[in-house]
Design a protein. Sequence first.
Lengths: 829, 444, 224
Amino acid sequence: MTSVEPTEAVTGIPFVLNGTAVEANEGELLIEACERNGVHIPRFCYHNRMKPVGMCRMCLVEVDGGRGPALQPSCMLPVTPDMKVETESEPTKKAQDGVLEFLLANHPLDCPVCDKGGECPLQDNAYAFGAGETRFVEEKRHYEKPIPISDLVQLDRERCILCDRCTRFASEVADDPLIHFIDRGSQTQVNTFPDHPFSSYFSGNTVQICPVGALTATPYRFKARPWDLDAIESTAAADTSGARVVLQASQNELVRTLGVDSEAVNWSWLSDKDRFYYEATNSPDRVTEPLIRDGGELKPTRWGNAMRAAARALRIDPERVAAIGGARLTLESQYAWAKLLKGVLGTDHVDAQLGDSLPAALTLGLPRTTIAEACAPGQIIVLMGPDPKEVAPTLYIRLRHAVVEDGATLIEITPRATSLSKYATLRLQTAPGTVGQVLSALADGQLDTNVGTVQAPELERAHQLLTGDRQVSVVFGRANLAESARYSADALGGMRRLVPNAGYLPLLRRSNIHGALEMGLTPGFLPGGARNRGGLVDKWPSTPEFEGHDTDAILKAAAQGEIDTLVLLGADPLGDFPDSTLAEAAFANIKTLIAVDGLLNTSSARATIVLPAALFGEEDGTFCNLEGRLSPIRAKVTPPGLARPDWVIAADLSHAIGPELGYTTLEELRSQMRATVPALDDVDWDEIDGADDGPLFRPERNWELEFGDPAQMPPTSSYGYRLVVDHKLWDLGTMSQHSASLANLAGPAVLRLSPNDIQLLDLADRQQVTVDLGEESWELPFVADPQVAPRTAWIPARLPGFDVRELLSAGRSITNLRLRTGEVPADVE
Amino acid sequence: MLSRSASLTNGHFFNAVLAAGDPYLGDGSVDLGDVILAIAKAIIAFVVLLVAVMLMVWFERKVVSRLQNRIGPNVAGPFGILQTLADGIKLFFKEDIIPTRADRFVFQLAPYLALVPAFLTFTIIPIAGDFSDGQNGAVTIFGRETFVQVADLPVGILFFLAMSSLAVYGIMLAGWSSGSKYPLLGSVRASAQAISYEAALGLSLASVLLVAGSLSTNEIVQAQAGEGFGGIIPRWNLIVTGLIPFVVFVISGTAELNRPPFDFVEAEQELVGGFHTEYSSIRFSLFFLAEFMNTVTMSAIIVTLFLGGPAGPNFGFLPGWLWGFVWFFLKLLIFLFMFVWFRATLPRLRYDQLMDLGWKVLIPLSLAWLLLLAAIRQARNGVWEYGGSAFNSTLLALAIGTGLTVIGVGLLGLAIRSARDERLRAAGLVAVAGVSDSGLEGED
Amino acid sequence: MGYLEGFAVTLRKIGEGVTTRSYRGGKGGKSDLKAPKPERLHGRHVLNRYEDGMEKCIGCELCAGVCPANCIYVRGAENPPEDPKSPGERFGYVYQINYLRCIHCDLCVEACPTEAITESKLFEFSFTNRDDAIYTKDELLVGDDGKPQQLPWEDWREGEDEHTSGWMRATSPSGRASYEGVVGWSGELGYGIRDAELGQSASGEDDESASSSDEAHGAEGADH
């Protein structure tokens, strides 16, 4: 009851909790302070990652702030000094009783059929704090139930206790305010707007935070009960942000994924892809045994045969062996394959990126920052890449929070507007091909002339902001597949000159791409980001004697017949490489195609040998996210049939070829990695397993990143429309297509044009536009999109309906389309 | 006695073969017919014994069930008679396991060491034959006169004692060679039990021998076949030796057989299975067989020694020797039932109680009785002449003997009691040293 | 002497006859003396159906969750709209009980919210291999006549399939004798709504005059 008078600066706010003097942190809410001091206050609507609203009244406790005791919602009350809090007093108990009785009055008796049963806060609180008997004998309210509010989420309005969590999440966190309260009084219900399903990329989170079974996930509906589930903490490997998850399985089948609150990365939020793509692991189309092409068809065979055939194909001149892919693998598997390809076979034609990204040297060489540092309050974030919401949705949530809540300043320098554009302080619309010169101009201080479509005043403002004294973090990536990567590289060079102490966060596609790059699955680099012929001469049997090709060059060389054996480590060049013609030509000339994958995609269906690999949730390993943070990937189920983890396949293949890789267990592989890569030396894998946030992997680079002179901007064309091609979260990717719930979420490929352009082209009453490129023409559906800048056309890649890659060609600087209505103009004919 | 039959012999060659074994046989007095007869008798005896064992097992199971208000085996064959056969076949098909640490040769040998002595003992038992009117129970087969027992050794009873000692080897080696602790414990206990009760067995046997005057089973039976007491009560050794040797022999015999109430060595609650824990399949069935064979044999011995064997009145309408078999069988049945009755009624004796009984009660008792009998015999034979007649001498001997026995028993009792007090005092010292005092008041 | 009395005891038993009951089903001309079983004996389970034929099981997995021997495996599924198996959204799609593990404690019967799983009186079902030991839903569900299905190795007698219903759970809900005589369970296919059992209260009188709240409670239990 006495308040403590400290002699030094007050770090905590003293208050009295149930008669004991305790301390709270500055600005802490009462509910949190009590929790930290060991007293749990029941709640429904409060969530520690969202702003409190005090809707449910379950957290009412008796608080005496100096004017006598009163029941107050502890989730809305910051702790004030000398507050007296009673959580076990009679009025508190009566309040808890009453609130529960009211909540249960209209709550249906659905527990046996409700997915939430067994892990339901309403059940638990009713059991712990409730009365035990109901006095409600009247008819409860009825709604039609359940209604699917999106492909992935179902809503049961009878069960909803109107806590506002889902609606707050949708508007505050996900920025997709598609779900809200409608009607009033006792008829209040949560619902979507007519004709607008809850198709948010984050809809799965509402299922996790809903305290009752009102929102349930369709993939998990009726699948299992909490007591059936066997869980392990892992990392979602759907994208490069590395959100922490809990994998749950029942009867050796993955059943559910829940988000884990990781302070550094995802704050308990997951994208729907992170959440539901485990279904691909359960897919009935899994490759369960080695396949070998015999008489034109892939036939099952034994591991011995497959290994011998593969070894024969690999034991050739290393300059004729290439490997594409590796981002699907765990860090350990990536190291193993790098050692096999570069150390044992001696080939440097290894690339984990499929030509739709930036050169590895940029990713490895630019100084990395962390998400927390980038999102630090009041700093500057520069976005020079694709839309984060499509590529790494969890990063998008963090960036948005930084900008909206924490006062960070966002500067966007992109060819099309992104989901963050509305929060940007400054947006530089850089037409395709111009971004390099724009940054050059900024770096050189030439701020008085327009550069491309960027006006001088904007340049001025940008320069002012960037050269201020605030820390700048740059989120960069390949914003446009239809323009050469050179421009983005130039832009980064310019940024380096402009802000020498900026931190960089690469926004690349594919999951463990950073692990792949760090472990040397890229030409010219060895594990630890060391350059060839400088790093591991004494630790590996040998290192490649030549500088290898990246994917572009590999496929070009293959098309010219210089590559005999190609290994695909979970990659799909035929489906994913931007230039499909080149990929086809390359595949036609390759003698042996070895695919190491768990599912057959377009490319591996053409393979000569398919080695079945374990997928997400079936093997142990480590994930390296875009910050370079290591987090554990754990196995929860066993691989189907004869499938094996990739590092096991690498060891066996090496044995079949001749030399051993030198490990038989994962522990031995890890100690090899520790011995070879100095930055891994003090990594304790047991610690990573149990840690909330993993350590950062920041190896020393023994080389300097150099930028050449920026390329010239391509000449402007008066009637050309520059094409912007990027990716959407839901596309025809292998994992999405093999996940039953996600397969149909990919929207059709539609060309998006600015309304001005549509008017100019006189396309207002049409559905299709004719696109000319070179000698060819296509008829494409189009739609007006105010976000698209004039003279630009935007169409995402890898969507059903039209393969955009027909419009792309490797090596082209920009893609200039000509659009017309399709009627031949009278004067031309 | 053995007649020649020139047509059945091969003459010199045969004699030469026999002489190679034993010159005594090769002098022409043994011919092929004798050898075939001997072999035939052995085979018949073996078959009879095996069938008897099978039936004994069935008999035991059925009777024990009836004594326990239940039916017993009734599924395999009519009245469950084929149950033993079914069990045997089942055991044959089980996997034969030899533990890693077992001594293979001895492990495989031990069941036979237990089995063979039982059969061998049976060879000296007269099963049938006409002993009435002073006959010696011989029958004529193929013109040869022979007893209805496989062999009539002049040292038959000694042979029996020797065989029962050999059977102990079987048990002891079985347990030791199993290479595991429960069998070892079981076999050590079994062998200790067997040799303890063998002394009592031998001493009570000695009383019989004293009275019968011969070691040959045939002669013992003849001695009991004569005119009874008052023409009604037969001259069985049961009565002639007094009742005590019979009682002691039965009890010691039960202990030798490891049958309840002395079956501590096989008690599942204590020792899993005792010496036959590690045995399975055929080897286990051999032990099982050996135990029941021993039972049958022991009963037969008791019948032979104390109840006169096949001796009994001949009532006509059956050949004389068959009457012998009938009497033998009926008497045997009584003892088999007795053993089963023991099993159904008596709780198991604890090991120390068992040893107490053997060493402290039966051996002194049988020894004292033997001495008493010897004294009476001497008195009756007129070695003493006191009071003028053999009868008085007998009475005097009896009185002195009884008095000495009482004194002896008293002294023995005193010795036992003082040993117990000593034990308790030693335990009492421990209590004084600080451990709690409870449970030491009184005894047991 | 005292010892020999024991012998007399055992000898007397021969005269007393045997107490073994033979129930070989009347095979081989033998008598069939299977002992009558108490009414609420815990035997083999059955999955019940409502009077209109709908399955009572809603696949909620409560029985599997409470089972101390982990012998029940349940998976629920969405009721196909054109052919619903149970009233409501969810039905038992997979339902298996492994009788090698079941200890017949009937906690599952207590836990079931719809009285779907109850136990019959049969316990003489000896299967001969492990696959047969796992009874699937088809085998456990009552037939179209409402009676449990008899599998080839089961030894049924007359009357053992009775009372395999919610009636089993308790004729006195909440264990209170004041509910005696009140029907608190739903109807069964083939049997209808069984009558309430009487006679639990000490006086042996029926408590017909149940209070209104009791009736309401009973009624609520009945129309699930």
